[in-house]
Write a protein that binds this ligand. Sequence first.
Ligand code: ASP
Ligand code: MG
Length: 421
Amino acid sequence: MIDKNYSKIVMKFGGTSMADIEKISKVADHVEREFKNGKKVAVVVSAMSGETDRLINLVNAIGPVDKSERDAVISSGEQVSSALLALTLKARNIPATSVQGWQIPLRTNKMHGSARILDVKSKYLDQLITKNEIPIIAGFQGITEENRISTFGRGGSDTTAVAIACSLKADLCDIYTDVDGVYTSDPRIVEFAQKISKISFEEMLEMASQGAKVLQTRSVELAMSYNMPIRVRSTFAENNFEKKNKTINIGTIVTNEDNILEDKVVSGIAYSKNEAKITIQNLDDKPGVAAQIFGNLAKEGVNVDMIVQNISADGKHTDLTFTVQETELKNAKSILDNLKSQINFHKLIESKDIAKVSVIGVGMRSHAGVAAEMFSTLAEKGINIQAITTSEIKVSVIIDSQYIELAMRALHSAYGLDKKK
Ligand code: ASP
Ligand code: MG
C-alpha cells in the first residue's frame, strides 16, 4: 500500500516529458513540489524524445559497429537531459546534481545494448540525498566490469528508475509519462476504456507484453521481485497534482496482488496485431517430430507463442499450427524449409492476417468461467477462434485481424469494464 506519508521517492520522467526546455521546466515543477514537501527525492530521466533514435541512426549510418562504442553514443542523450534538468533546478535555487550511470556506479554485465543490472551502489546517491541535493540520474545506462558504458535496451530508463528505487529503499517509484495511467484497454480502440487505479505486477506484465506500452517489461519484473510499488502518472495532466499534500486518485499503482482489494475478475483486455501463424500440413505423426521443429526454432531464437496440434485422422499424419511474432515469420519458414529433408510434411501455410486478444486478471485464479464467457462473447459476434492459450491469469485467443476491434469492445463490455456512459 502506498502511504500518503511516503518519505522517499524516485521520480522518473520519460522522453516526452523531457522534450524541450519548457517541458523540462514542468518536470522541475514536479520535483520542486516533492522536494519542498520534505520528501527525499532521486530523479531518473530519459533522453529528450527522438534523441535516442537520432543517435541510433547516426551509428547505423556507419554500418556494423563495435557495440561498446555504440552504447557510448546512444547513452549520451540521457547525459544531456539529466544535466539540463539539474541546471533548471539550480536556476531555481534547488540543489541538484546530474549523475551518469558510471558515477553511481550502476554495474551491468557486458551485453552491450541489452545489458542486465548486476549491482547498484547506493553510497554516492545516499550522500547526495543526505546533503539535501537531488541526484538527477541518467537512465538507460550502466557500466560494465570492463569499465565500459552499457545500455539496457529501448525504454530502459524505467528499469533504471526501479533499480535505483530498490537500491535506495524508496517507498515508491513514480513514473511520469504522457498518459495518466494504465487503462483497462487501448482507449484508441475501446472508447469506454477506463483508468485502472491499482493493478498487480503480474497483470501489468501481461498487459505490457501484450502491447500496453507504458512500462518496460523488465522494470515490472524487477519491481515484482523487490516488491517495489510503481505509480504510472502523467507529467502534464493538471488534475494530477497533489492537492494540499493529499494524494487524490493519481495515476495507476502497480503493486503486490495482496494490496489490491478490488473484486474485478478481469482487469484488462490486451491485444497484439504483430502475430503470424504457420500451419504445417500433413506432418508425420510420430514421437520426436515436435521436439525437432520447436527445438530448431528455439535454437535460432524464434519465440513461439501458441501451438495447436490436431488429432490425426489416419493415425499417421497431422496438422500442426503455431504462432510467432510477424517479424520472425520469414526466419521461421526458412528454418522449417531446411528441416524438410528430416521431417516429412506436405506444405507450409502462413497467415499474417491474425491478431491476438487476451483477457487478463488475477481474479481468474479463484473464479471459474472466464474462458467460457470469452468464447461465448466472441461467438455472439460471429468471430471464429483459431487458437487458444491460457495461463493462471490470462486467456488469449487468435482471431482474424479484421475483427480485433470488435472483439476488444465486446469483451470489454462483457466483463463489466466499460466506464459509466
Ligand atoms: N532513451 C532510451 C530510449 O529511447 C531509454 C528510455 O527512454 O527509457 O529507449
Ligand atoms: Mg518509456
